[in-house]
Design a protein around this ligand. Sequence first.
Ligand code: C5P
Length: 224
Amino acid sequence: GGAKPLAGRKAVVTSGPTHEPIDPVRYIANRSSGKQGHAIAAALARLGADVTLVSGPVTIPDPTGVNVIHVERAEEMRDAVLAALPADVAVMVAAVADWRVASAAGNKIKKKPGEAPPPLQLAENPDILKTVGHHANRPKLVVGFAAETENVADNGRSKLERKGADYILANDVSPATGIMGGDRNRVKLISADGNDDWPEMDKEAVAEKLAALIAAELERREQG
Ligand code: C5P
């Protein structure tokens, strides 16, 4: 291809954590920084794609050249992703909270002397990757991540099938790896063709390599 192999292509990327409110001032969250998802959005844009990045709350800046939609909750993230379809490729990198508080309080929950702590009833959040992977408007390429602390390849492959993805980038996020929140990543690319272990590299380099792969795969599929 030419210098901009993704020119004319639309991409939707999710990144960061979600915040699930308990009440107006408290929430449930996770340690995702958004570094990997933001780097992927930027890399796709550099290759010429029209990129919509749906980001949960992060402290890193919006990447340049990308249309960024800021959301808080998983349900808002799902709605923004579906509104961005159709797209040629979806890359779901966000660490979406598996559960939300079933009914968040409208006012701050008050601590009352002598009363037991309030129970937190949880409800399951939508699985955005699975929704997109099985959607009538499914992008030609659907990519997910799988953060695991054990059985990385097996868990990644079962996610590939269950969620209807073309690729899963599986990584070991055990605390000793320093991947969660860090600048480096080591992923295993899982696809119908098998598993490919990528060496440890910067999250920027993972993003470049994935964007190049996406461009090559879209091109290959076009040629039949
Ligand atoms: O949490 P899990 O390991 O299942 O996440 C695997 C993939 O699914 C990731 O790409 C993540 O962004 C996506 N996911 C999602 N919506 C969820 C849970 C996970 O899009 N509710």
